[in-house]
Ligand binder design. Structure first.
Ligand SMILES: [Zn+2]
Ligand SMILES: [Zn+2]
Length: 248
């Protein structure tokens, strides 16, 4: 089965990414991606976006050339279990991802785990990104159990172990198996930093195969599943996308 949705991409709004929204739209058409989320880095990262970037994402249409666009962010997790965008901005987004990045110096497994438990319980974040990063070890069972309880999705990341976060692969297999066992919602993101990687799920496919699990809990198999998940998280329905993906 093809994955029709990519929930994690970066644009030239961050200097270490290299494509525009328009280029991603063209790539989506080429790749058979029906929907993608634009999720640039939050302000705590050295070349992250200013908070106004996220406040003004509403200037982008939800449908461009028959491709659906979700307006999102990949926030940086802070030591106190918060993220680097105020609630006012988070509430304006269709999807909020968050992950550990260079803005937070790593400490201990126990501390990283506590930070995530606090973040999950805060309700601010829809998807936790690249949890398999060996730089930030965590207690997978504690984090995934809490995420299940609070309906927060666990990401499988298409770039981890490929051009960044080396050593992630075995951790991602462990996470995939555990997410399957616990029944977590799983969200796939290419984490593309150029349009040429949009919808590139090859690393994720290999993780899924190694973990020996199917696609049951993966929301990327249909745009409607993604919209259902986001509404179940308390986001307002996006009427234009609902009607776009509802067959007459
Ligand atoms: Zn990230
Ligand atoms: Zn990213």
């Amino acid at each position: 089965m093809r994955f029709l949705v990519d929930l994690h991409t970066h644009t030239i709004a961050c200097q270490h990414a290299y494509s525009t929204i328009k280029e991603y739209i063209e790539a989506a058409d080429d790749q058979g991606i029906a929907m993608f989320a634009t999720t640039d880095h939050g302000p705590d990262l050295e070349d992250g976006c200013h908070r106004w970037h996220f406040g003004n994402l509403r200037s982008l249409p939800h449908i461009i050339d028959k491709i659906a666009l979700l307006r999102g962010a990949e926030c940086n997790i802070r030591a106190d279990g918060s993220v680097d965008l105020p609630d006012y901005f988070l509430k304006r987004l269709d999807i909020v991802l968050a992950g550990f990045h260079e803005s937070l110096p790593p400490t201990t497994e126990a501390e990283h785990t506590q930070i995530l438990l606090k973040l999950i319980a805060s309700g601010r974040v829809d998807v936790l990104t690249h949890l398999g990063n060996p730089t930030y070890p965590i207690d997978y069972r504690a984090v995934l159990t809490c995420a299940k309880e609070h309906n927060v999705a666990i990401e499988l990341n298409g770039s981890s172990g490929i051009n960044t976060r080396h050593g992630s692969h075995p951790n991602c297999v462990t996470i995939a198996k555990l997410a399957h066992e616990l029944g977590n919602v799983i969200a796939l993101g290419s984490d593309a930093h150029s349009c040429y990687r949009l919808g590139d799920f090859r690393e994720i496919e290999s993780v899924l195969e190694e973990a020996g699990i199917g696609y049951e809990n993966i929301i990327n198999t249909s745009p409607t599943k993604v919209l259902d998940f986001l509404e179940s998280r308390g986001h307002q329905p996006i009427e234009s996308l609902r009607s776009f993906f509802t067959p007459f």
